[in-house]
Design a protein around this ligand. Structure first.
Ligand code: PXP
Length: 260
């Protein structure tokens, strides 16, 4: 069996590296290369605090075998992104990852386009939250930075929410500033309600700093950009640079200046 790998660092702002698109590239040809477990090991050595993988219903990237291998071979906490379906619940309960992030899933979408509607979906989501939580899995809900959705998530009793940063990343100028403000207000409310606040989707070197500087956010999950950037500078270097950008923004926000 391959050696297990742990992160050596203890960060105030955690980085979860999403390795879905390592599997996308592998699946373009079938076979074993590039191997998401190898990518997870590189991520651990480069300063990731966790590994995130989305087992989609159509298995377009991460496979059941990947989840088995990641659960077995990687010591970093595994965050399983999953739709609220019986099939995914069964898989989560079988592997008992450290965390499960419930995401909305539409078959035709290119990526997770928006957050869950927790207000309308409360009845459907409640048993998933309860069963995952009872199994000792830290449950989070992926939602837009919408105050009513955050309230609804707190009402459902989840310990964690992840705010969707896609709109912030995809917009420009005044619209981007407004989206950032929504994320800030959302994170403030989450903290007030006792929710651990995470964020992610679409983050890149030029967008991560402003989100990392929000003190209530304690974890970022980043994937597509890192895998893309790996083509140019390598996966290890891309993760290290992202880590630096996060830590620098956090240190400046905390009044500590640039980390040495
Ligand atoms: N967080 C969640 C809940 C996601 O669904 C995704 C995409 O799978 C990400 C973070 C990472 O987004 P990206 O790959 O755009 O960095």
């Amino acid at each position: 069996m391959a050696a297990k790998v742990k992160s050596r660092q203890d960060h105030s702002l955690r980085l979860g590296v999403n390795i879905d698109h390592v599997a996308t590239i592998r699946n373009a040809r079938g076979g074993e290369h590039p191997d998401p477990v190898r990518a997870a090991r590189i991520a651990a050595a480069a300063g990731a605090d966790g590994i995130t993988a989305h087992l989609r219903e159509d298995r377009r990237h991460i496979s059941d075998r990947d989840i088995r291998a990641l659960s077995r071979d990687i010591e970093l906490p595994l965050n399983l992104e999953m739709a609220a379906t019986e099939e995914m619940l069964e898989i989560a309960l079988a592997h008992r990852p450290h965390a499960a992030c419930i995401v909305p899933e539409k078959r035709r979408e290119l990526t997770t386009e928006g957050g869950l509607d927790v207000i309308r979906g409360r009845k459907k989501l409640a048993p998933f939250v309860a069963k995952l939580g009872a199994a000792g899995i830290r449950v989070s809900l992926f939602i837009d930075p919408d105050l009513e959705q955050i309230d609804a998530a707190a009402d459902l009793g989840v310990p964690v929410i992840e705010l969707h940063t896609g709109k912030y990343c995809d917009s420009e100028g005044v619209a981007r500033a407004a989206e950032l403000e929504r994320i800030r207000r959302g994170a403030t409310l989450a903290a007030k309600l006792g929710l651990e606040c995470h964020a992610g989707h679409g983050l890149a070197f030029d967008t991560v700093g402003a989100v990392a500087a929000i003190p209530e956010i304690i974890e970022l999950n980043i994937g597509h950009f890192l895998v893309g950037e790996a083509i140019f500078i390598g996966f290890d270097a891309a993760i290290r640079r992202m880590r630096e950008a996060m830590d620098e923004a956090r240190a400046i926000q905390a009044g500590m200046g640039k980390p040495s």
